[in-house]
Design a binder for this molecule. Sequence first.
Ligand SMILES: *Cc1c(COP(=O)(O)O)cnc(C)c1O
Length: 356
Amino acid sequence: MVIEKIKESRFTPDVFDITTFGTAFADHMLLSWYKDGKWSEPIIKPYGKLDFTPAISVGHYGQGIFEGMKAYKGETGDVYLFRPDKNLERLNKSAERLDMPQIPEEIFMDGLKALIDLDRQWVPSTYGMSLYLRPVMFATEEAITARSSNEYLFAILTAVAPNYYNKPLSVKVADRYSRAANGGVGFAKAAGNYAGSFYPTHLAREEGYDQVIWTDDATHTFIEEAGTMNVFVRINDKLITAPTSERILDGVTRRSMIELAKAEGIDVEVRKVTVEEMHTAHKNGQLKEVFGVGTAVVVNNYVAVGYASERLELEDLPETESYGKILKKKLVDLQMGISEDPFGWRLKVEENLVEA
Ligand SMILES: *Cc1c(COP(=O)(O)O)cnc(C)c1O
């Protein structure tokens, strides 16, 4: 690995005061280029611009995939990653589906650790805050030929993540648009999945909702995901989440929540759940919670679900009663090194991995 350190850090303590997500980039970035069938030796250098022409292949045909992860700082100052092996696994699944090259484990893991070690002062230690990590790969060949690119860039960027918002969100059940279809790329963290979701989300906003609850593309009767998060529905004291499929992204937070819920003795069912079941439960006063889960916001308890012309209001349960809030605290405590880690999910980032 080549390390080119920034001459003067851009870090100031007020970078942690930000309130918007994804714009406060730390000092360094990691880059590796794929050409002639192999990846270049990764380089860590100051975050900044790159040179491309408008013929860059990703801009035309969309071969672009990414991951979302976080680095956490505990009270002792130690910095941790959370289940990074799962992100590497998923990145390579996405790469396969988009006909892009696999990322070797050394580039991903060693690169990630070295980058975080170098920028460890950018990892906030305030409870609930973190440094967001964005591994990304896209097609860089200067060619507008409609075929898989022969050249790619793998990069890791890092940005300070603000304290996860507790702004109550409402979601609209999709009855016309779809995020994913069978045989498509829904299970991959592909840039195009996001591109296709922005317009329906925009329409939901015009109706007063923040996000869309995606349903199956064929019938719009099964609940699949919420915005860019996996979704849990609580009916009475049972937590239900859809099984992952070729249309549903296999979220690391979802998996972890299922295991944490089981450890808490909460009744969790992984099975298909229909919009109608949720609607009926609401009518009968049995719909206790609906929440989205994902790395960025951890858990989002929804205050309302829009279904056809109805708006199903949900009660804001207190910290001690809401499964979403209880599990969120369990997860964040584990990620930040506050609680024990019986699952072996936490990975400490060793210091001085990078020679001065
Ligand atoms: C990233 C993502 C998630 C959440 O995955 P995590 O690994 O928990 O962050 C869920 N759904 C979609 C569509 C996503 O892109």
